[in-house]
Design a protein around this ligand. Sequence first.
Ligand SMILES: Nc1ncnc2c1ncn2[C@@H]1O[C@H](COP(=O)(O)OP(=O)(O)OP(=O)(O)O)[C@@H](O)[C@H]1O
Length: 287
Amino acid sequence: MSLLTVEDLTMCFGGLTALNQVSFGVERGSITSLIGPNGAGKTTLFNCVTGFYRATAGEIWLHRPGQQGQDLVEMLGQPFRLGDWVDARAFTRRVWFKVFGGSHRVARAGVARTFQNIRLFREMTVLENLLVAQHGRVNRNLVAGIVQTAAFRRSEREALERALYWLAEMGLEQSANQLAGALPYGYQRRLEIARALCTDPVLICLDEPAAGLNPRETAELSGMMEGLRARHGLTIFLIEHDMGLVMEISDHVVVLDHGEVIARGTPQQVQKNPRVLEAYLGVEEAA
Ligand SMILES: Nc1ncnc2c1ncn2[C@@H]1O[C@H](COP(=O)(O)OP(=O)(O)OP(=O)(O)O)[C@@H](O)[C@H]1O
């Protein structure tokens, strides 16, 4: 079963249908790329998967190994449905997610992301950026914090160790005490990935991670993504315009155009697909 399953996902902004009944799966341990021309709906899809947007219709399921599938759309808190009034369990879940739901639940379920436009805490150090990202998982008990209980100190120490671990994995250990905003652009991109990794995800969604990188930095990024998959068993879902990178590292490619999936398959398959060529290159007008 796929780690992530998107079923008939539709997202409307007023009269504009940005996504129209989009369905596909992201296999566990794969690198899956989402491509398509500008305005195809890629970022909108990411925003739905990561809980930033509540989809108008459709389902998004996360199937963690050894666990029951989790409905990521439901976690955001949905309007009541007819069945809720006859099923006490469904009613309770609906109310619970309405009160306590939100994108933080999607992150806790194991979905992390980076952004097309880097969104770091620029005035914090690199290390502080990674500690803040773990706010949801460290011990936040006020009394434990004041008294400095052993459990509180252990939780703080683990957060620091985790931050230092991912800094080293992303090759940023030398920059730990620098201000995030002062880092070179390529390092800021890496820091965004390290910050996402600190939340201990099973699925990491990277929105144009190679944007603005030079060819050497892009090659390093490609090696890092391969390493994350091979050494940490992570599943990577990325939006990318750099077709060289997409074709090199992807196991599976999903192509969107005008909010619809027009092709899916291996890089070789989508490369030859006439609908993909048409979407990217256009067709000659009939005389
Ligand atoms: N918050 C929003 N409100 C209204 N319309 C939106 C919103 N977000 C996206 N759209 C519209 O949805 C469509 C898809 O946009 P989206 O940003 O998802 O495309 P994209 O494929 O990520 O494009 P790009 O490659 O340029 O980043 C566009 O027509 C866009 O204008």
